[in-house]
Write a protein that binds this ligand. Structure first.
Ligand code: 4AD
Ligand code: MG
Length: 432
C-alpha cells in the first residue's frame, strides 16, 4: 500500500521515518517510556515511545491503548540485537483507527475449547501465525515441486457419484432429482483418467472424510495433494515421494527458520532428512511389532500405536510397503510375489507422527478390478467410466496422496492437527 512499510521490510528502511499500519499486540510502560508491540500481519516489532520526543496528545492516546486496537504508527527503525526481529521502532506519531474493547484472548493461558471457539481471532497470535506461515510455505513448495517437474495440474471434482476410499467415511448430500452426491475422499480415480491423457498429473484440493474418530490426526475436511503417473511402478512413486518430502523439508528449513524458532521446533530432527528413506516390507513390520510385544495380528492394518512404535525406530520417514489387500482400497494392484499383499505404501513421519502419505500401484486388469468392486460392495454403475480406463490402453500406473495438515503438524513439531488449517472441521467442530 502506498506510503506503508511492512514490518517484514523494515531492514531496508533503517534510519528513515516510515509508516506502519497494524494493530497493538501488547504494551508495557515504565515512567516516561512505553513499549508498544505492533503487528501488521507480516511480523511484530517493538516500538519505543519516549514522552519527551512526542506531542502530549500522542502520549495520552498511547496510555489508553488496548490489545488489538488498530493503529497507524510513524517511526524510525533501528537495528537492535536484543529485539526479537532484530529491529526496534522509535515512535514519532500514533494515529488510533479503532479502539478494541476487551479483546477476549489475553496473554494469560486459555483452554483449548475457548481458543477454538475464537479461532477467527486466535489466528492473530504469534504461534498460530507461525504455523500457518509454515503451511503456506509447504503448499508453495508442493506446487513448485510438481510444476518444475512437468506434472500437469488437473483439478478433480468435489461432488462425486461414488466412494474412493471406502464407504464408511462418505459425506452424502442431496443432489438434484433424488440423486445422491458424495463429497470427494480423494481425487485419485479422476487422476487416473487425467494421467492417461497427460502422462504426469497432480491434483490439489480439499477432501472430506466422515471420520467419527476424535484423534489428534483426523480432520473431516483436509487438503490433499495427489500425483499420478502413467507407466510408473510402486518403486517409482516411492522414489518420487522421498524426493518430494525432502524438497518440502529443505524449503521450510530455508525460508521459515524464524517461524520454527517461535514454535521451538528442534530442527536438528529435520536437517538430516534426505534420500534414501528406509523401506520396510509389511511382513517385516509385522515381525518387528510381534517382537516388540504389541497387540498386532498379522494381516491387519497398522494402528496408531503400531505406527508410532515403528517410526520411532528411524530418524527419517519410514516407507512401509506391500500391505495385505483386504486392509487397503479396492484399486490396489496385487503383489505378484504374494497375491494376498498389495503394491501399496504408507509413509510414516518420524518422531511418532505416523502416516503422512498413502499410495501405490493401481490395478491394471479390467476383470480383476470388476471383481474387486463387487467384493467391496461398490455399485459398478458408478464406476463404468473408471473401468473404461482399463479397456482403452490400460497400463501400469501409480501415485500417492499426502495430507497437507499431517505434514504441517510434523514439520512444526506440534501436538494436534487442529492448529494446521485456518478453520478446522472435526467431529464436534463446524464453527467458526
Ligand atoms: O491414505 P489415504 O486414504 O489415501 C488416499 O486417499 C489415496 N487415494 C491417495 C492416492 O493414492 N492418490 O489418504 C492419503 C493421506 C494420508 O496419508 C493422510 O496424510 C491424509 O491423506 N489423510 C488425512 N488427513 C487428515 N485427516 C484425515 N481424516 C485424513 N485421512 C487421510
Ligand atoms: Mg492411508
Amino acid at each position: 500500500m502506498k506510503g506503508q512499510v511492512y514490518i517484514s521490510d523494515v531492514a531496508k528502511h533503517v534510519g528513515e521515518e516510515i509508516t506502519i499500519k497494524g494493530w497493538l499486540y501488547n504494551i508495557r510502560s515504565s515512567g516516561k517510556l512505553m513499549f508498544p508491540q505492533l503487528r501488521d500481519g507480516s511480523g511484530i516489532i517493538q516500538g519505543v515511545v519516549f514522552k519527551k520526543n512526542i506531542p502530549e496528545s500522542v502520549w495520552e492516546a498511547c496510555k489508553n491503548l488496548t490489545q488489538e486496537s488498530a493503529l497507524i504508527v510513524k517511526g524510525t527503525p533501528r537495528a537492535d540485537e536484543r529485539a526479537p526481529g532484530g529491529f526496534e521502532l522509535d515512535v514519532t506519531d500514533v494515529e488510533v483507527i479503532q479502539v478494541a474493547h476487551d479483546y477476549p484472548i489475553t496473554p494469560k493461558e486459555h483452554g483449548i475449547e475457548f481458543l477454538m471457539d475464537h479461532r477467527h481471532l486466535w489466528l492473530r497470535s504469534r504461534r498460530q501465525h507461525s504455523i500457518l506461515k509454515v503451511r503456506a510455505e509447504i503448499i508453495r513448495a508442493v506446487r513448485d515441486f510438481f510444476d518444475d517437474r512437468d506434472f500437469t495440474l488437473c483439478d478433480t471434482p468435489i461432488f462425486t457419484p461414488a466412494a474412493c476410499e471406502g464407504t464408511t467415511t462418505l459425506f452424502e448430500c442431496d443432489y438434484f432429482d433424488d440423486e445422491k452426491a458424495y463429497l470427494t475422499q480423494s481425487g485419485q480415480l479422476y487422476n487416473e483418467a487425467t494421467a492417461m491423457a497427460f502422462g504426469k498429473v497432480y491434483c490439489f484440493g480439499p477432501t472430506f472424510r466422515a471420520e467419527k474418530s476424535k484423534t489428534r490426526r483426523h480432520l473431516t475436511e483436509f487438503w490433499m495433494v495427489e500425483p499420478e503417473i502413467a507407466y510408473a511402478t510402486l518403486e517409482d512413486v516411492m522414489e518420487l515421494a522421498e524426493n518430494f518430502i525432502t524438497f518440502i523439508v529443505q524449503r521450510v528449513l530455508e525460508r521459515r527458520k524464524e517461524e520454527l524458532k517461535v514454535l521451538e521446533r528442534d530442527i536438528s530432527k529435520l536437517e538430516n532428512i534426505a534420500p534414501p528413506f528406509p523401506r520396510l516390507h509389511y511382513n517385516d513390520a509385522a515381525k518387528m511389532l510381534k517382537e516388540g510385544g504389541l497387540a498386532f495380528e498379522y494381516g491387519g492394518d497398522l494402528g496408531a500405536p503400531d505406527e508410532t512404535f515403528l517410526s520411532e525406530k528411524y530418524d527419517k520417514p519410514l516407507m512401509v510397503h506391500r500391505y495385505p489387500a483386504p486392509v487397503k482400497a479396492f484399486y490396489m494392484e496385487p503383489d505378484p510375489v504374494d497375491q494376498n499383499l498389495s503394491l501399496s505404501v504408507d509413509i510414516l513421519a518420524p518422531e511418532g507422527y505416523g502416516e503422512i502419505i498413502g499410495g501405490g500401484q493401481r490395478m491394471v486388469s479390467l476383470d480383476k478390478l470388476r471383481e474387486r468392486i463387487a467384493e467391496h460392495n461398490l455399485p459398478e454403475s458408478a464406476f463404468d467410466w473408471y473401468l473404461d480406463l482399463r479397456k482403452y490402453g490400460s497400463v501400469p500406473h501409480s501415485g500417492f496422496g499426502m495430507g497437507i495438515e499431517r505434514c504441517v503438524t510434523w514439520l512444526c513439531g506440534i501436538e494436534h492437527v487442529r492448529e494446521t488449517i485456518p478453520f478446522p472441521r472435526m467431529l464436534y467442530r463446524l464453527k467458526p
